[in-house]
Design a protein around this ligand. Structure first.
Ligand code: NOJ
Length: 762
């Protein structure tokens, strides 16, 4: 045993030294290559590498790139995004490689956010799986497909923590929690980048939007953010840092300001934190015209803001061409240095080198791969599986669900037959004629066993202007111009003939996403009217809720016996929903963002502080921290989600009540499946630091395990806790733990928990 250990340790040492040497050797090779190349480059050519242009298939601002071919020939383009297909990309690459003086290949990017052509659930839905393996697989498939179509760079993962469901882009992230957001960030980076960026089926990831974009004031997109450093470091920065630690190749700066300086020109953020504190070695790109937008922020003219951005640490300028058109002038006037330009240019060239583009600029241009690896059967099957695991069962009174595969089902609602909406926001490459609608999925899974009667029942909203606003970004909608009562009557006629009613309600896909903030989080009145009428029939009603954000729907919760939240499930949404409705798959998703009672509770999140006047017991109490008109509690808490079976938690057992130094604590609990179905449960660990030099949250997620149990089966679930899990940034931004009492909680959501106490001394 002893001999083995020595041999093992020595071998490990030799192995890791070998790996280190190989890595340093690789880095040296890259440096030598890029030094050589940069020696040949003129200042104009170096500035040209910093220019990222848009190809026109998906633009997210009013400015678009022009004269792209000419610019490529002149060496004025470093990267292009939003062009797809190996044929088109090869042609553009040929321009760069054959017709520009130095033949530097171009990097090709796209917003591959939750899948490329095979679309997975929106990121908020993906997060709700709490399954890192599946999340990684979704990113792996996305990379496989995107790289087969000529791409080598994605603007994902988006890891902005958000506690404000008014913000439309909450749909693109993982929700409110920094710990969960961090593990997901890592899984996504692993999925996209695989083992090596140089492999032809991996793509470079870009963590965004650095930083704090999810904390826009009032949930209005692009709005100001302002928060303490303590909050930044503890609650908002960890997921970006996690992506950096996982080796993400690039970072995108955000639109918002931080401490009064837009992120895109924020030296503290882009250099001090990102490079110096976190050791990031990759490329930093701006968001879409975010350099130019600093003019409107009030930071100066284009020359000035471009110089500010470069000096702050920005390497690549997306679309706005402030770098391209002003940096030389700034250099001549002494406002930027050659060293500043060299640094940025090196970052861009290194990214291309790591992707293997200097070795073979066409390595991602394989027509055959494009034919076989995109939107194929296997990828769609995986999308169906993942979608089903992302759904969250919010309510299931008297076991209305699962449905039996027989009889007549009335499927009503504006989202029932809306396949173009299934892929959700920000799925730019999707063919919206391909997704499976709920109507199609339900019919197919039910087959000849029963009958589906369909009626639209209502428009998504009576506000036709709102509908128009939400269709600007690519998703068509079909408004039904019949009067509301005629539509409801048709739905009721279907319901009368049915054994059960499935009501497909919620938001349109583009009611969330970029520039789609809402000040009202309720279900639109047209749909509430429909639901009320359906419930009155006395037939069991199952609400299938489509949404890209937490909604405030206490009225729906009150009257609907069952609610299945299905987000926007992607290409296979309709099949996946049917799989869950009929019980072929038992729902296991859990919320990663709190559902409020009303919009006035926002921002709302589980890991809040106690305050000096917490509400002890019942609402309402004068001179206590609460509202006159609504309790403090949310509608559905973080981590919440039901199953067709039931799970019972035993008592929490701690391996010790008092610990010292680097000792470890084991917290265990026995979970039993007390229902009739096999099912999966996400067992969650939270910790509260009871007394500190800084006030601490009431609880913070520190671990979770997704387990699978047969009916009647019990399993002991254990978590190992070390002082590392107790650390936080204090008011001096010192990252450490403090001795004292801690409460350990384990349970199935952030509200219903078993707890125990420990004392931990240094
Ligand atoms: C703007 C968005 O904020 C960002 O997420 C996206 O990657 C870029 N547009 C490029 O499309």
């Amino acid at each position: 045993m002893r001999t083995f250990r020595i041999v093992g340790a020595a071998a490990l040492f030799m192995f890791s030294t070998g790996v280190l040497q190989a890595q340093t050797g690789e880095q040296q090779k890259m440096k030598t290559f890029i030094d050589g190349l940069m020696k040949k480059m003129t200042i104009d050519e170096k500035i040209g590498q910093l220019n990222l242009v848009v190809g026109g298939e998906a633009t997210t601002g009013s400015v678009v790139s022009t004269d792209v071919d000419t610019k490529i020939r002149k060496g004025q383009v470093g990267g292009i995004f939003s062009v797809t297909s190996p044929g088109r990309i090869r042609k553009i690459q040929e321009l760069a490689v054959n017709q520009s003086r130095l033949k530097i290949p171009i990097i090709f990017g796209l917003d591959v956010i939750h899948g490329y052509k095979t679309i997975f659930p929106i990121p908020l839905g993906l997060a709700s799986t709490w399954d890192m393996n599946l999340i990684e697989q979704s990113a792996r498939i996305a990379a496989q497909e995107a790289s087969a179509d000529g791409l080598n760079w994605t603007f994902s993962p988006m890891v902005d923590v958000s506690r404000d469901p008014r913000w439309g882009r909450i749909s693109e992230g993982s929700g409110e929690d920094p710990y969960l957001g961090s593990v997901i960030a890592k899984a996504m980076v692993r999925g996209y980048q695989g083992k090596s960026l140089a492999d032809n089926n991996t793509i470079m990831a870009c963590v965004k939007h650095f930083a704090l974009y999810g904390a826009a004031e009032a949930g209005r997109d692009y709005n100001t953010t302002d928060m303490s450093r303590v909050r930044m470091y503890n609650d908002y920065l960890p997921p970006y840092k996690a992506a950096i630690d996982a080796g993400v190749g690039s970072v995108m700066s955000s639109f918002n300001e931080i401490d009064g300086i837009p992120a895109t020109a924020n030296k503290w953020l882009l250099t001090d934190v990102l490079r110096k504190q976190w050791g990031f070695k990759g490329m930093v790109v701006s968001d879409y015209t975010s350099v130019n937008e600093m003019i409107d922020h009030g930071m100066g003219d284009l020359q000035q803001v471009s110089a500010l951005a470069l000096k702050a640490g920005l390497d690549m300028d997306m679309v706005g061409e402030g770098f391209l058109t002003t940096l030389k002038k700034s250099l001549n006037e002494g406002k930027v240095t050659v060293a500043d330009i060299d640094r940025a240019c090196r970052m861009v060239l290194e990214a291309k080198y790591k992707l293997g583009l200097f070795e073979d600029p066409y390595r991602y241009c394989d027509e055959n791969r494009a034919r076989t690896e995109i939107f194929n059967e296997a990828n769609r099957r995986k999308a169906r599986e993942i979608a089903a695991k992302s759904f969250v069962l919010l309510k299931n009174q008297q076991q209305v669900l699962p449905l039996q595969k027989k009889g007549t089902i009335a499927l009503v609602g504006p989202l029932a037959n809306a396949k173009e909406n299934m892929v959700g926001t920000w799925s730019v490459a999707a063919d919206v004629t391909k997704p499976i609608s709920l109507l199609a999925g339900l019919k197919e899974v039910l087959g000849a066993n029963g009958k589906v009667l369909y009626a639209k029942g209502a428009n998504v909203t009576e506000d036709s202007l709102l509908e128009v606003r939400t269709s600007i970004f690519g998703k068509p909608f079909e408004r039904d111009n019949r009067p509301a009562d005629v539509m409801i009557r048709e739905a009721l006629a279907a319901a009368e003939q049915a054994d059960v009613v499935v009501a497909a309600l919620g938001e349109l896909a583009e009611m969330t996403g970029e520039a789609s903030s809402r000040s009202d989080l309720t279900l639109p009145q047209s749909q509430v009217n429909l639901l009320q009428a359906l419930v009155k029939t006395g037939k069991p009603v199952v609400v299938v809720l489509f949404t890209g954000r937490p909604l405030a729907i206490p009225d729906v919760d009150k009257i609907a016996p069952a609610i299945l939240n299905v987000w926007f499930g992607g290409s296979e949404a309709g099949h996946a929903i049917a799989d869950v409705l009929f019980g072929d798959i038992n729902p296991s998703g859990k919320l990663t963002a709190t559902f409020p009672m009303n919009v006035g509770q926002v921002p709302i999140y589980y890991s809040h502080k106690n305050t000096g006047r917490p509400l002890n017991g019942q609402w309402f109490q004068k001179f206590r921290s609460n509202y006159l008109d609504v309790p403090n509690e949310p509608l559905y808490p973080f981590g919440y989600g039901l199953s067709y079976t039931t799970f019972t938690y035993g008592d929490l057992k701690l391996s010790s009540q008092s610990l010292k130094g680097n000792q470890r604590l084991t917290a265990s609990i026995t979970v039993t499946n007390t229902g009739k179905y096999a099912g999966e449960e996400v067992v969650q660990l939270y910790i509260r630091d009871v007394v500190g030099t800084n006030t601490r949250p009431l609880k913070e997620l520190k671990g979770f395990q997704k387990i699978s149990l047969q009916p009647g089966e019990s399993r002991q679930v254990s978590f190992t806790i070390t002082p590392e899990d107790l650390k936080f940034y204090n008011h001096e931004l010192k990252y450490d733990w403090e001795a004292g009492d801690f409460t350990i909680f384990i349970g199935g959501n952030a509200r219903d928990l078993k707890s125990g106490q420990v004392n931990w001394q240094k």
